[in-house]
Design a protein around this ligand. Structure first.
Ligand code: JHZ
Length: 419
């Protein structure tokens, strides 16, 4: 049976520079929409949409072709709450402290964050006495942010929203946007909004998935309908220039399997670090077909080996479950296409996900207390980016003979059964 399709449009021109044609890299087929969790008691057919990774030969921007209606992707039921990972919280606390210690902000300054989620980042600036305003389209996280006292507009950030905010609150000296630039269909409108909102000496600090890391770690599962862009510094530079802004510095981060932090201002000298990173991209010929070839082979290898490991465990009579009802898990399970029933359920710590079911696979989400051998023998790690944290918490499960399969960056057995 053909699954019902979500409302979507396929772009034919680059989302940034508008050049065409775009060149296709991988087709994932018709994939379920990540993060649209089901109520197992009253399931409705999962919405799907084609998913195609492509790139723009003109400006080098890697992107997906399909734009699923954002209200469908980030609607009332959006289940992602950033505050679930202590490592992520520590990362953002450090980032807030660094920015507050940098001398950029003065008392009474305005800090605006797009996709402020549950307010976890803005609370640091709020407590330090700055004026803060969040903007987020997802009802659940917005309610949580407001509960914490972080004033949040329940909407998507755009140029029009920036005009309204500036008229209401004045310009912002600091604009934050973590894991949102790459989610925006009209990225030119978003960046125009940043340019409108910033003070003359203001700064935008933006975190987004790095294409180089995606390719180097084989993290093909982070490709899903929410992620429209996969950034390189060379490809985003013209996006900012087009709107009178300048990329002045960049930093590589470990978060979400590898991200870039971009520092964008109206002018100023570019850092030596930025020049080095741009030169590294040039040396790797990022954006050419040859650059993508090893990655495309790796996707096939990860899927083949992981599927074989799941099937071998199943054939040996072991009970398998998954860990981490992450958005990326939807792409991974779609591409693995393991036999129905091979995995019994998925564990996840997020109380907002418990009791619901993952799209596509239908795996029901169980609360992740300590894993126990009386329930499960082998656990497929969908939240592989937090593998260290999750394994450290579950040492007793390993001591009892339990096993983890970690598919990305390369299939790894923990403990290593080969040794
Ligand atoms: P996690 C999210 O993707 C959502 P996801 C979003 N689509 C996006 O763009 C990217 O981030 C960047 C759970 N967990 O953070 C929590 C445990 O159960 O990798 C999460 O459900 N135990 C906006 O969803 C999931 O795993 C733990 O100890 O792929 C991890 O999801 C920890 C640490 C996490 O992002």
């Amino acid at each position: 049976m053909t699954p019902p399709l979500a409302p979507y449009q396929a772009v034919t021109a680059c989302r940034s520079c508008q050049a065409s044609p775009l060149e296709d890299l991988i087709e994932f087929g018709t994939a379920p929409l990540a993060d649209r969790l089901q109520d197992p008691a009253a399931p409705t057919p999962d919405l799907h949409a084609p998913l195609t990774l492509c790139h723009c030969p003109a400006c080098g921007l890697c992107q997906i072709r399909e734009t699923v209606a954002p209200e469908v992707l980030f609607g009332a039921d959006y289940p992602y709450f950033s505050s679930v990972s202590p490592a992520l919280m520590a990362h953002f606390q450090q980032s807030a402290q660094q920015l507050m210690g940098s001398g950029l902000l003065h008392p009474g300054d305005l800090v605006v964050e797009a996709a402020s989620n549950d307010g976890y980042l803005l609370t640091h600036f709020d407590k330090a006495g700055y004026r803060v305003r969040g903007v987020d389209p997802a009802a659940g996280p917005v309610a949580e942010a407001r509960r914490k006292g972080v004033e949040t507009d329940h909407t998507f950030f755009s140029h029009a929203v920036a005009q309204r905010l500036r008229a209401e609150l004045g310009p912002a000296r600091l604009f934050l946007a973590n894991n949102v630039l790459a989610h925006v269909a009209d990225v030119n409108d978003f960046v125009a909004g940043i340019a409108h909102l910033l003070t003359e000496d203001g700064m935008a600090v933006i975190e987004a998935p790095s294409l180089l890391d995606l390719v180097d770690t084989g993290a093909f599962d982070t490709i899903y309908h929410q992620h429209l862009l996969y950034l390189t510094l060379n490809a985003v530079q013209p996006l900012f220039t087009r709107h009178g802004l300048k990329l002045i510095d960049a930093e590589e981060l470990w978060v979400h399997g590898g991200s870039l932090r971009l520092f964008v201002a109206r002018g100023g000298t570019s850092s030596a670090r930025l020049h080095d990173l741009l030169a590294q991209e040039d040396a790797r010929q990022v954006g050419t077909r040859a650059f993508f070839t090893p990655f495309l082979n790796r996707v096939t290898q990860i899927c083949t080996e992981t599927r074989a490991a799941v099937e071998a465990a199943q054939a040996a009579g072991q009970r398998l479950a998954a860990y981490g009802a992450a958005a990326k898990g939807t792409t991974l399970l779609h591409m693995l296409d393991v036999p129905p029933g091979a995995l019994s359920h998925v564990y996840d710590k997020s109380p907002w996900k418990t009791g619901r079911a993952m799209p596509g696979s239908g795996l029901v989400i169980h609360p992740a207390g300590a894993l126990d051998r009386t329930d499960v023998d082998v656990v497929l790690m969908l939240a592989w980016n937090f593998a260290d944290e999750i394994i450290a918490e579950n040492q007793p499960f390993l001591d009892q003979g339990g096993r983890f399969l970690i598919p990305v960056p390369r299939l790894q057995h923990v403990p290593d059964t080969a040794s």
